[in-house]
Design a protein around this ligand. Structure first.
Ligand SMILES: Cc1ncc(COP(=O)(O)O)c(C=O)c1O
Length: 212
């Protein structure tokens, strides 16, 4: 093994591995194994004690943290992200990456996003509120909801048939969520937290579906 990738919080479950467990993983790996921490959803985490990777990166030269502007800043189409690692790892990446690998316009968009006053706090507050509301409402319908630290929720409908029927019921109201067959979880749907209105539409649609 040369490289171990860990997505934390994870996609598509939305679940978080506590910092102690990630540190235990690092300690259990050989020093010459690179640990890549994909912390794409870091900003949405509200659980205390989370470390997106800074501490492990600072502690040794064999871990890299990856971040993206695709999630909290909504810039997926700009293809821009960043990493934090020891100078040795960054030097190696600089030697193998393509020139101009992030377009100037994408860099400008990322800088502008960082300068937008209150954007992150506002987005996190909205996500935290509606993640809780949607999860509680769907749990109240008897559905299994995975505990999420991201901007989506994984719902387990028990069977692929039931999940497919729920997907069809959502689609009939114009709500497009993500089927999980590609992840080997055909009994699940992944629902992203949208605007308040969109979240309420999902709650209403699944409430009607559950009582059907
Ligand atoms: C865990 C994880 N990492 C990375 C990405 C994508 O990041 P980027 O758009 O920067 O390639 C996603 C979302 O698509 C994701 O779920």
């Amino acid at each position: 093994v040369r490289i171990v990738f860990l997505t934390n919080p994870n996609n598509p479950t939305g679940t978080l591995l506590p910092a102690g467990e990630v540190a235990r993983l690092r300690a259990g790996l050989r020093d010459d194994v690179l640990l890549v921490l994909d912390s794409a959803y870091a900003e949405y985490v509200t659980a205390p004690g989370y470390d997106p990777g800074e501490k492990l990166v600072d502690a040794a030269g064999n871990t890299i943290m990856l971040r993206t502007f695709s999630k909290i800043f909504g810039l997926g189409g700009m293809r821009v992200g960043w990493g934090y690692a020891s100078p040795g790892i960054i030097d190696t990446l600089n030697r193998v990456r393509g020139p101009f690998n992030v377009a100037s316009a994408s860099q400008a968009a990322a800088v502008a996003a960082l300068g937008e006053p209150g954007w992150e706090a506002k987005s996190v507050a909205h996500n935290t509120e509606w993640r809780g509301r949607v999860a509680a409402a769907l749990e109240g319908l008897g559905l299994k909801v995975w505990p999420s630290q991201t901007n989506f929720i994984l719902i387990d409908f028990g069977t692929a048939g039931r999940s497919g029927a729920a997907d069809a019921a959502l689609k009939s109201r114009g709500l497009i969520v993500r089927g999980m067959s590609g992840y080997g979880l055909p009994q699940c749907l992944r629902i992203t937290i949208g605007t308040a209105e969109e979240c309420q539409m999902v709650i209403d649609a699944l409430t009607a579906f559950a009582h059907d």
